[in-house]
Design a protein around this ligand. Structure first.
Ligand code: HEC
Length: 160
């Protein structure tokens, strides 16, 4: 490859990256109505609440802290989509957005499974955010709470 061609490729890549910045995803933090929150519907012990705020709220709340790279395409598209999808499943600050109380219970029951298996918070998020791993005792506290208030095929059967 000659120099002129290499230069042309570099310039094209820069132009494409610059154009990508014009497509800015929505990075909204919707207003919070405390009466619609998880705590307004389910009793949440303070230690569990702290874990949820530290490790889940960036995606499952209306109080996302948007990191600098969430402003740079194409990463911005990925992050914004992740938050949108996560809020679509559950938003701890808008618990009433769920279809009905039964769905809420199933989600509560799922939390234990997802946290214990390390699927939530997602590994890429934990890699990028120091301090978002759960300690074993935090997992136990979240699980005890999740199984007390949640329902689900397994959590019902396991409850003995
Ligand atoms: C980086 C963003 C992010 C963080 C942080 C995060 N989640 Fe999620 N969560 C998601 C996404 C995205 C989905 C939707 C997954 C899908 O559709 O495959 C999801 C889905 C869920 C679901 C619904 C699963 C289902 O099948 O309906 C639960 C429950 C959940 N997360 C709990 C948690 C808990 C508890 C924490 C904190 C311990 C947490 N999440 C942290 C992004 C996140």
């Amino acid at each position: 490859m000659n120099r002129a061609r290499a230069k042309w490729i570099v310039v094209s890549v820069i132009v494409i990256l610059a154009l990508m910045q014009l497509i800015q995803p929505n990075r909204t933090n919707p207003p919070v109505n405390a009466s619609r929150s998880l705590e307004a519907h389910v009793q949440v012990p303070p230690d569990v609440q702290q874990v949820l705020m530290r490790t889940c709220y960036d995606c499952h709340s209306s109080a996302t802290v948007w990191p600098w790279y969430s402003r740079v395409a194409p990463v911005s598209w990925y992050v914004a989509n992740d938050v949108k999808t996560a809020r679509g499943h559950i938003n701890f600050q808008d618990w009433e957005a769920q279809v009905n109380a039964q769905e809420g219970k199933v989600h509560l029951g799922l939390i234990c499974k997802l946290v214990r298996s390390g699927n939530m918070p997602p590994a890429d998020y934990r890699f990028m955010h120091k301090g978002t791993d759960l300690s074993p005792s935090e997992v136990n506290a979240v699980c005890a709470w999740s199984q007390q208030f949640g329902s689900g095929e397994d959590s019902d059967k396991k409850a003995d």
